[in-house]
Design a protein around this ligand. Structure first.
Ligand code: AMP
Length: 479
């Protein structure tokens, strides 16, 4: 998963990109990069958080009113610094690009680009394929008088050729800033407008909260198949290419990935999580369970836990303190290291749980490492009963669209029965959300819930799913 931002402003934009990337940091902590354009492209990128890769001096070396920013969470490809985005190329003109998502047909695309377009593919990052596919389509047009229609034609061709999930922002030298999405609209992308003393700036970003914090009003949420071009004079042109019906927006954005103050398809993430939390109360009533208190695994489960507590009519309390300076447990390479990191990250508050029947809510159970550790910690802290709650339905199928869950054998609910999962975790009860209840929280929204249902909206073949899984295992080994 990744966070992307692109700005077309009336002032130099590097600092704004830096601030926007900080607001998107939760979407990726592996690498960060900025490219700006001031007659020439300037690029700075590297592994690490935004604040580790950039300082005042590096931002000063990035002049230009137009630019792109990217925060990377490797879900595909290795962690080599060369894999950090943005990417750029010089022919048919300077084009810089960032993306969020995963391409399904990368093998086929790489073969076409190599054998028929004579392009040398140098990385295993899907963005390189999207960038070359776009450039190859644009190259068919009469240079150098390319206009917006030609750019939109190239986007349409890319959308037909490149399968999978992608939200893309491109900076085309002398032409403008372009945002587009795959026909299913799986990954998010928004356009914002800011007016200051009669001057107008435009920006694309993965989340509304990022744009709002930079003073933009949300002008548009790009849907599947949409493309928007902000030309160098600040004119906005839009095209809507063949969109899949219904769309397939990633449900995991609501469940885990996005910030609570962001909205997608008209639903604020905080409210959506609260509603999903409320619907979990049914499961308690069905089983005749009566917890004394609801706590959350901080911090992504907070709103689910509040919703559940409200609906059950019992208190919600903070039962754990989280040390936010410890790295993500999810990506530690070995199981032993993962368990240790969970322990270093979370410490219970005994007075909240001692002698109580505790419902502890996490947003999701992936490998089960966190839940197992949480149950042990709550027992040590004196909880009388522990009801473990997953606000997400059982994660059984790999995600091939850009969430780092592409290895089926790493999904505990994919490998074990729910009774076995409960036994592994060691809770007195294990409660999962149902997919119907999740879907009921988003009436009228076309969702991708492939990780729960195994129904992949792009119709990806089982062979491609296996290849993505193999590539991911190899990339994790390579580091
Ligand atoms: P696990 O310990 O493997 O069961 O992972 C569950 C924990 O990882 C939960 O606390 C989630 O908040 C978090 N999580 C879920 N999905 C992801 C993801 N794709 N990347 C990183 N963390 C995740």
């Amino acid at each position: 998963m990744c966070g992307i931002i692109g700005v077309s402003s009336y002032d130099d934009c590097a600092t704004e990109l830096f601030l926007g990337m900080n607001a998107l940091q939760h979407r990726g902590q592996d690498a960060s990069g900025i490219v700006t354009f001031s007659g020439h492209f300037r690029l700075v990128k590297g592994n690490g958080l935004v604040s580790q890769v950039f300082d005042a001096e590096s931002l000063e070396g990035l002049p230009g009113k137009t630019g792109l920013g990217h925060v990377r969470y490797a879900t595909q490809g290795t962690l080599e610094p060369a894999m950090a985005q943005p990417f750029y190329m010089n022919y048919p003109f300077g084009i810089a690009m960032v993306h969020n998502g995963n391409v399904d047909n990368s093998g086929e695309l790489a073969a076409w680009l190599h054998d028929e377009q004579y392009r040398l593919i140098e990385t295993t990052n899907d963005l390189e394929l999207i960038l070359y596919a776009f450039a190859s389509e644009l190259e068919k047009k009469p240079l150098p008088g390319i206009g917006s229609e030609d750019i939109f034609d190239a986007v349409g061709a890319v959308q037909r050729r490149v399968q999978g999930a992608y939200a893309v922002i491109a900076l085309i030298a002398g032409k403008g800033l372009l945002g587009f999405k795959d026909p299913y609209g799986i990954r998010p992308l928004f356009l914002g407008k800011r007016t200051e003393n009669g001057k107008v700036a435009w920006a694309f970003a993965s989340e509304t909260s990022c744009l709002e914090m930079l003073g933009y009003e949300i002008a548009k949420e790009l849907a599947g198949g949409d493309a928007v071009l902000i030309d160098t004079d600040g004119n906005v042109q839009e095209r809507h290419f063949s969109a899949a019906k219904p769309g397939a927006f990633c449900v995991f954005e609501y469940i885990y990935f996005a910030r609570e103050d962001s909205s997608f398809c008209g639903s604020l993430v905080a409210e959506a999580r609260e509603a999903m939390g409320k619907s979990l109360a049914k499961r308690f009533k069905e089983r005749g369970l009566e917890p004394d208190v609801v706590i959350d695994v901080p911090t992504s489960a907070e709103f689910f836990a509040q919703g559940l507590a409200d609906e059950l009519g019992i208190p919600y309390r903070r039962g754990f303190v989280k040390n936010k300076y410890v790295g993500r447990s999810f990506i530690k390479p070995t199981q032993a290291e993962r368990s240790r990191t969970v322990r270093l990250k979370l410490n219970p508050i005994p007075s909240v749980v001692r002698g109580k029947k505790v419902a502890v809510v996490d947003d999701s159970i992936v490998r089960g490492t966190t839940s197992k550790r949480i149950v042990e910690l709550l027992r040590q802290a004196g909880a009388a009963k522990i009801y473990c709650v997953s606000a997400a339905p059982p994660l059984r199928f790999p995600c091939v669209y850009g969430i780092d869950m592409s290895v089926k054998t790493e999904l505990i609910a994919g490998a074990k029965s729910l009774d076995e999962v409960a036994a592994f975790i060691g809770a007195d009860e294990l409660i999962y959300q149902s997919l119907e209840d999740v879907e009921a929280c988003f009436p009228g929204v076309g969702l991708c819930s492939a990780c729960f249902s195994g129904v992949y909206p792009t119709g990806i073949s089982p062979e491609s799913i296996e290849r993505i899984e193999r590539d991911r295992i190899a990339a994790k080994k390579a580091g």
